[in-house]
Design a protein around this ligand. Structure first.
Ligand SMILES: Nc1ncnc2c1ncn2[C@@H]1O[C@H](COP(=O)(O)OP(=O)(O)OP(=O)(O)O)[C@@H](O)[C@H]1O
Ligand SMILES: [Mg+2]
Length: 333
């Protein structure tokens, strides 16, 4: 049995979680900074790192105590500590990484750096049913839109990426155009509930079969021009039509990736995987679907602990002194 505490501080959520054997979450605490950043319409990096520093020690104590674990006489209550080393905001990454590394050193237990996107992939292993290999993963978040083929544990091929904006970033930018609060994904989903998704036709980026890659900047610009020409347009109708176009592009490329690869298991992970329209539309794909529970779609420490457990199990843990990296592709680790 192994108990790992996972720390996630790559952006604006401080997450600490205790996970048993990579799948059973014993505790999961997340301090979201959304209310603070909302005033600025997006994440302010300097504020984000300071806020991680303020709460991380308290969150660690709470996660351990929620899991029924207490350090006694300086003995470690867990077997290892894992933390995100990148990609993300450098100042924010350094808080979780340094805190985790120092604690692991004091408790004399292994410290495991984890790639944030590998963490998102492992959120699928925190649900009821777990994917077998090979599987495809559609990673849709604030900074990534990728289709990844996972052939074996920790062996990845990136089949598709976005050529410009990430889909979550596009939700955030379009919400801003519509005067909806940050973060844009949940705001647009809510506004779309009462809107007509056929009210406007927005383009699907790179809508050809020649490439699996995504493009979201054209969709954002199309909404901008439509609002300039029709300022009276109903916000719910625009939100619903935009959401339909954004999700259709994901579904179209994922269907193509399933067809081309012949891999018929699909994980959807990352913040946008919480989107109801995407979850419902994905049911039409010709693949067995693995969706993380809602709570593990957004950034959290449990997915980091799960990824670290698997790396330990497969003897491919990253070096404990792996430096923080603001931008690093999954395939190099
Ligand atoms: N229900 C939803 N519908 C659509 N988008 C959503 C929903 N909930 C959250 N999002 C989007 O998910 C994104 C946040 O996801 P996440 O926290 O995984 O991103 P990140 O960690 O900032 O980026 P990355 O994981 O690429 O480093 C935001 O862009 C947000 O708008
Ligand atoms: Mg993320």
């Amino acid at each position: 049995m192994s108990i790992i505490v996972g720390i996630e501080t790559s952006c604006d959520e401080t997450g600490v979680s205790v996970v048993e054997n990579g799948t059973r979450v014993l505790s999961n605490v997340v301090a979201s900074q959304i209310d603070v950043h909302r005033v600025f319409g997006g994440v302010v990096p300097e504020i984000a790192s300071r806020m991680h520093t303020e709460v991380i020690s308290q969150l660690m104590q709470q996660a351990l105590s929620d899991a029924g674990l207490e350090p006694t006489n300086n003995t470690a209550p867990v077997d290892a500590i894992a933390a995100t080393f990148g990609p993300g905001l450098m100042g924010s990454l350094l808080v979780g990484l340094s805190f985790g590394r120092a604690l692991a050193c004091a408790w004399q237990i292994p410290f495991l750096p984890v790639h944030h996107i590998e963490g998102h992939l492992f959120s699928a292993f925190l649900g009821e049913s777990k994917p077998e290999f090979p599987y495809l993963a559609l990673v849709v978040s604030g900074g990534h839109t990728q289709i990844i083929q996972c052939d074996a544990p920790h062996q990845y091929q990136i089949l598709a990426s976005t050529r410009d904006d990430a889909v979550g970033e596009c939700f955030d930018k379009v919400a801003r155009l519509l005067g909806l609060p940050y973060p844009g994904g949940p705001s647009i989903q809510k506004a779309a509930e009462t809107g007509n998704s056929a009210a406007f036709r927005f383009p699907c980026g790179l809508a050809t079969k020649d490439t699996l890659d995504f493009s979201y900047s054209g969709l954002k610009t199309a909404v901008l021009y439509m609002l300039r020409d029709h300022p009276e347009a109903s916000v719910p109708d625009v939100a619903a039509s935009f959401q339909r176009a954004a999700v259709d592009a994901l579904i179209m490329k994922t269907a193509l990736a399933i067809e081309q690869s012949g891999v018929r298991r699909l994980v959807i992970a990352g913040g946008v995987a919480a989107n109801k329209c995407l979850r419902e539309s994905a049911a039409s794909l010709d693949a067995e679907l693995f969706l993380p529970p809602f709570v593990y779609c957004l950034d959290n420490g449990a997915m980091i602990a799960a990824a670290a457990h698997s790396r330990m199990q497969h003897h491919c843990a990253l070096p404990h002194d792996t430096p923080a990296a603001a931008s690093i592709p999954l395939v190099v680790v």
